[in-house]
Write a protein that binds this ligand. Structure first.
Ligand SMILES: C[S@@+](CC[C@H](N)C(=O)[O-])C[C@H]1O[C@@H](n2cnc3c(N)ncnc32)[C@H](O)[C@@H]1O
Length: 391
């Protein structure tokens, strides 16, 4: 398929302005967003892109069109278990009940409010600052009104922190009073907004997975410097390969069933990569990233075949990170291996992630991609079945 010549310019804009290394999978919607903004301004797409380089309002509007703000309440529960474990440790070590949390890359507020609810429910006094580069998301966060579909993962006991049972559901005043929002970019430095003072916990989840990997590693390193001996940095499962050792004293949440903890784990190095035949039809950087991902996927599959599930997970996590929302085989295989390790919660997240990609037309991530439609259908069916069983 011919690549729109403006895609490379838009990709470069996002990388330069936000740190995000946009996947070619989002080229369609991102280019549509650019076209709509350009039409509204009476400019050509090229002229609007140029304009956005020096005009703040246009830049902000374009960032809104390329940022992926997908979020929902109580997403990836293991992160909240880790949050609570750390809050309880802080209380027992210091006698303090107030917990300061920076929710970095909070999108339209679901995660920041979830943090406040989980802490309030355990008797803590939360002070949460949610930050995001996307001005439109921050405005929605401040409105604190959501669709019921954003609440599907909410444990029933938290319903009392929300007003109304039909769309729009409003976050209750008590929760809203614990949360502030600010527009702020994590790029290039990962430094916090001035509102954030000595956070006890930084939660930055499903954000850095969209970034250039080197940039993401630097941001994680900066955040690790910020969290003191008494505090914790919590990333999403997909992003944990970015953490090099732990400078923070991070208490993992209770492990789901007999599994290893989801956060603060040291990942095992993947075994030797297999060489795959990748035809370099993309720019060099994309080809290198793709071949890394394909090699990690192949290594993961090999480990899995030999029943080395921990090693398989380490390689598959990297493959999943590198291919972000484009390829579904790595998250699917990760789900299978995590189940074999007994980590059912993260397995369910991996299956959900697989479905998201597969249903949106992503490819397998295998070099040849062969009879991908048949394989995609059976992977979708398998994920649905596993999610039904896992609940
Ligand atoms: C997929 S959402 C994740 C939301 C939430 N953390 C969660 O886990 O559900 C990713 C968010 O990262 C934000 N983002 C992207 N680049 C950013 C940057 N440079 N600084 C701050 N936020 C950024 C996007 O605007 C988007 O709202």
């Amino acid at each position: 398929m011919a690549v729109d010549p403006l895609w490379h310019a838009l990709h470069a804009f996002a990388l330069r302005e936000t740190g995000m290394n946009l996947s070619s999978f989002v080229a369609g919607p991102a280019l549509t967003g650019l076209a709509e903004l350009a039409a509204a301004a009476g400019l050509s797409r090229e002229a609007f892109l140029q304009h956005a380089n020096h005009d703040e309002r246009s830049r902000i509007a374009l960032i809104t069109r390329v940022a992926n703000g997908t979020s929902w309440f109580f997403r990836e529960w293991s992160g909240f278990e880790t949050l609570l474990a750390n809050a309880k440790r802080i209380r027992s070590q210091t006698g303090r009940n107030d917990i300061r949390v920076w929710c970095a890359g909070c999108s339209s507020g679901q995660e920041a409010y979830s943090i406040a609810v989980v802490l309030l429910d355990e008797g803590f006094v939360p002070h949460v600052v949610g930050s995001d580069i996307d001005a439109a998301s921050i405005r929605r966060a401040e409105q604190a009104a959501y669709r019921t579909s954003d609440m599907l993962r909410m444990p029933a006991k938290y319903a009392r922190y929300f007003d109304g049972a039909t769309t729009p559901v409003r976050v209750s005043r008590r929760v809203r009073d614990c949360v502030q929002f600010v527009r702020h970019s994590l790029f290039p430095s990962g430094k916090p907004p001035t509102l954030v003072q000595h956070p006890d916990v930084i939660m930055c989840r499903h954000v850095l997975m969209y970034f250039d990997r080197t940039v993401a590693r630097n941001i994680v390193a900066e955040m690790q410097r910020l969290v003191s001996q008494r505090s914790a940095l919590i990333l999403a499962a997909i992003e944990q390969t970015l953490q090099s050792g732990t400078t923070s004293e991070l208490v993992p949440g209770p492990p789901p069933s007999p599994a290893a903890p989801a956060v603060g784990r040291t990942t095992t190095q993947p075994g030797p990569a297999l060489s795959l035949d990748l035809t370099p039809t993309k720019p060099l950087t994309e080809t290198l990233a793709a071949s890394d991902a394909a090699a990690q996927l192949a290594a993961g599959l090999q480990h899995k075949q030999q029943e080395r599930f921990a090693e398989a997970c380490a390689a598959l996590r990297i493959a999943r990170f590198l291919t972000r929302d484009e390829h579904w085989l790595a998250p699917y295989q990760l789900g299978v291996c995590l189940e074999r390790l007994g980590d059912l919660r993260e397995a369910a997240e991996a299956y959900r992630h697989t479905l998201l990609i597969a249903n949106n037309g992503g490819t397998s991530g295998l070099a040849g991609d062969g009879d991908v439609d048949a394989m995609r259908s059976s992977v979708i069916a398998a994920c649905q079945e596993r999610l039904r069983v896992l609940g």
